[in-house]
Ligand binder design. Structure first.
Ligand code: F6R
Ligand code: MG
Ligand code: MG
Length: 382
């Protein structure tokens, strides 16, 4: 029988700013999910959070985008949001963009990463969850895990990985997707995914047998709502071992606290810091952007685990480096490249400032308007 792993998440309100999920809201959501488990809608679940995002890791046999599973989670999130309102938590109900449930959670605000799989005799997998950043933040580590032999030794020395992987990329602006193969199309792949606010790795398959290996949440709150309503903090499921990257090869991809977009007001670049569950709170400058990794096994549709993977001194130096980078980036204050480019800022007063200053710009004689499109222009700066 096929099993489905679903990671469904939403920000339904948080304690003392956009900082951490309140345990009472998790408790009421847990009650709803427990009832669903009793009724046999789901087999198992693990509720958790990173920063202000409530996350449910669920196992069931109903496939992806299943109405019953999604409705159950919607009800759990609604109950949690009511509790958040009752407690006066900040931004209660923030990610629940609709009043009523219709079919599945797609387009309703919550992030969705689901994979329907044939369970292997042992089925180890990792759920990575980040706060104060966006789904494209996983582009870099996913490339490292599945396509970079300097990260993943298995790409060179394990025959099952040696053929490479297929990367499904979503262009969130055009609403199109493309699949590129590694290693042969690695440079084309990098040309796209190096623009992580637009081209997002959505799924990865093992080339030799099309085995689904990784799935990322790609809901874009800003595009769904027609306006920017918040950074869509991402989660992903990565299957590991036995012909896939080893657990340690997936974790190795996070040993550089690389810069991601998000952090304060969703408008700053900052280092992604891998932390334990107990440190999964957004504090300094509402961050720095944090990542939690939980390791599980799936057995007969039930979840075994988790192991809190970054709760480990082996990641102390990464965190120390992240703090040094955070200090360095913060010293730029409101200047780019700490502050994001205007098009992708979560908040911006720029149009208002421009409106106010409009009449005060004087035309410079002998100059022309520059072409502004950064994605379609074939002209280079010669
Ligand atoms: C970023 C985030 C926070 C808030 C910030 C201001 O995604 O959630 O950094 O943007 O705390 O929040 P408001 O405008 O709600 O006071
Ligand atoms: Mg938030
Ligand atoms: Mg968040």
């Amino acid at each position: 029988m096929k099993s489905t792993i679903s990671v469904l998440k939403a920000d339904i309100g948080s304690l003392a700013g956009h900082h951490m999920v309140h345990p009472d809201t998790i408790a009421v959501a847990t009650k709803v999910l427990s009832e669903g488990k009793k009724q046999g809608i789901i087999n198992d679940f693990y509720p958790t959070f990173v920063g202000d995002d409530m996350e449910f890791i669920i196992s069931h046999n109903r496939g992806e985008l299943d109405q019953k599973v999604h409705e159950l989670v919607w009800n759990a999130l609604k109950e949690a949001a009511s509790k958040a309102k009752e407690l006066g938590l900040y931004a209660a109900g923030q990610d629940l963009l609709s009043d009523s449930f219709s079919g599945n959670l797609k387009g309703m605000g919550p992030g969705i990463a689901e994979m329907e799989i044939e369970e292997r005799p042992s089925e180890p997998f990792v759920v990575f969850m980040a706060d104060k950043t966006e789904p494209g933040a996983f582009n870099l580590p996913l490339f490292k895990m599945f396509a970079d032999p300097f990260n993943t030794a298995g790409l060179v020395i394990d025959p099952a990985l040696h053929d490479g992987f297929k990367f499904e990329i979503l262009d969130v602006y055009e609403g199109e997707s493309i699949t590129l193969n590694t290693p042969e199309e690695s440079y084309d792949l990098l040309a796209l995914i190096g623009t992580p606010d637009r081209y997002i790795i959505r799924r990865i398959y093992r080339k030799q047998d099309n085995m689904l290996a990784a799935v990322v949440t790609t809901e874009r709150l800003n595009l769904i709502a027609g306006k920017y309503v918040g950074k869509d903090d991402p989660a992903m499921i990565v299957r590991v071992q036995h012909g896939l990257p080893a657990l340690g090869e997936t974790l190795e991809a996070f040993t550089v606290p690389y810069l991601v977009a998000g952090w304060m007001r969703g408008s700053h670049y900052g280092p992604l810091m891998p932390v334990s569950q107990k440190d999964a709170r957004a504090t300094r400058f509402d961050g720095p952007p944090r990542l939690v990794g939980l390791g599980f096994n799936l057995k007969n549709g039930r979840l075994v685990g988790p192991s809190d993977l970054f709760d480990d001194p082996a990641f102390d130096e990464v965190r120390r480096t992240a703090n040094i980078i955070a200090d360095y980036m913060r010293r730029h204050g409101p200047f780019m490249p700490h502050r994001l480019e205007p098009q992708v800022m979560e908040y911006t007063t720029l149009p208002k400032v421009m409106e106010r200053l409009k009449g005060r710009f004087k035309k410079e004689e002998g100059t022309n308007k520059a072409k502004a499109s950064i994605y379609t222009s074939s002209e280079t700066n010669e």
